[in-house]
Design a protein around this ligand. Structure first.
Ligand SMILES: Cc1ncc(COP(=O)(O)O)c(C=O)c1O
Length: 390
């Protein structure tokens, strides 16, 4: 038994939680936020801040920079300095503003699919085009097709690569060698990298991710890295994140656009939340990661024993699993909708993550074990009914 209680069920419906905006009896395991309360140390800091009663404008204090710098240095071996960090109200705002600033209409942004679906919105809504390079599975591991990637990067119309590190939804932690190779290819073809590292603090116990900017000097020089406490500390609603841009010319451009888009000012809670998470949340995060890991192992065993047609590759980062149902999938009938309709289990359909996502389901395991047990029973029942109806 650890110090923190992750079995506790907190009713989030009264807080208008997006995830729980569902019918009675449904079980939501779709959107990527957690059902756990944040670290008690963070909650305490926020309550203290709230108790002041004055909620005006906030500047970005030295404590905010220090919190990020020491967390990334201590936990991830990345050196950052104060002038290289920019506050942003979210990772998606950072990506959208960067795409808008760094591409001309109809230039390409390369993504590795299947990938977080909102990447498509960030690209298309800012006038650029999506160029997809598909991941593939080899020896039970998701891999980048480097030949295909280089072909896409070498298109003279390609200006950006939007990387998800670690990768949502497949749960891969890219290695230093893979990242350095990406950096080299991008440098060779004049492509800037935006590395979305929002999931980086949810990893299997004992495993760490590799920040893109730490993989090589080239990687450091050609990248914009989007980081945040939001996924690991369940504070996506705080609108609190940072962009790390070591190259000063690039940084100026990103900073200008974030300000033009009015995404550069923190709410009064955004700073407190980030500082508390990165200075007081480490022990809690360690226990959280062990809990999520146990949830993953439970599902892997359950699926192997009860849903033999579905295949699951271990997800080493994020609290998501990416379930391969291509063996039983029927294009004419949506599997995720069917499961929701028959069992109330609400999970994400693979198609929305782009090419390579067809026939997959994304399931969020950042919830008490009792939900996971319930979710797996519903999944089994839903898939049995789906197969019976084929
Ligand atoms: C890969 C990835 N990036 C970004 C986000 C959202 O970031 P934000 O809420 O900071 O805009 C998510 C949320 O699920 C995500 O999975």
């Amino acid at each position: 038994m650890g110090k923190y209680d992750f079995d506790k069920v907190t009713d989030r419906r009264s807080a208008w939680a997006e995830k729980w905006n569902i019918k009675d009896g449904e079980l939501p395991m779709w959107i990527a936020d957690m059902d756990f309360e944040t670290a008690p140390e963070v909650k305490k800091a926020l309550l203290e801040r709230l108790s002041l009663g004055a909620y005006g404008y906030t500047y970005i204090p030295g404590e905010w920079y220090d919190a990020y710098i020491s967390w990334w240095e201590r936990r991830h071996g990345l050196q950052m300095s104060e002038d290289e960090l920019i506050f942003s109200t979210g990772v998606i705002p950072t990506i959208s503003s960067s795409v808008r600033k760094l591409t001309s209409p109809n230039e390409n942004v390369v993504i590795l699919t299947p990938v977080y679906n909102i990447f498509y919105n960030c690209i298309v809504n800012n006038g650029a085009r999506v160029l997809e390079s598909r991941l593939f599975v080899k020896d039970g591991r998701w891999e980048i097709d480097f030949e295909d990637l280089e072909e896409k990067l070498s298109d003279p119309q390609t200006s950006l690569l939007l990387l998800c590190n670690p990768h949502n939804p497949v749960g891969r932690i890219w290695t230093k060698e893979e990242l350095a190779r990406i950096g080299e290819l991008c440098k060779k073809h004049g492509v800037i990298v935006i590395s979305d590292e929002i999931h980086c603090d949810i990893t299997d116990p004992g495993k760490d991710y590799v920040p893109f900017a730490s993989a090589s000097d080239i990687c450091r020089d050609i990248s914009i890295t989007a980081i945040a406490p939001s996924k690991a500390f369940n504070m996506a609603g705080m609108a609190s994140s940072a962009a790390f841009v070591p190259n000063k010319f690039l940084r100026h451009r990103v900073w200008r656009q974030l300000n033009t888009d009015e995404c550069g000012e923190p709410s009064f809670l955004a700073v407190t939340a980030a500082v508390a998470a990165f200075t007081k949340g480490e022990e809690w995060l360690g226990e959280l990661n062990r809990y999520i890991y146990d949830n993953k192992l439970y599902c892997e065993k359950f699926i192997a024993e009860n849903i033999p047609d579905a295949k699951l590759i271990h997800s080493e980062a994020t609290y998501l699993i990416w379930l391969d149902c291509t063996n039983l999938y029927d294009k004419e009938r949506d599997l995720a909708d069917f499961i929701r309709d028959k069992t109330g289990l609400y999970i994400a359909r693979g198609e929305q993550y782009g090419p390579g996502g067809e026939g997959f389901l994304r399931i969020n395991l950042a919830c008490p074990g009792s939900f996971v047990v319930d979710g797996m029973e519903r999944l089994k029942k839903g898939i049995e009914l789906y197969r019976g109806n084929l």
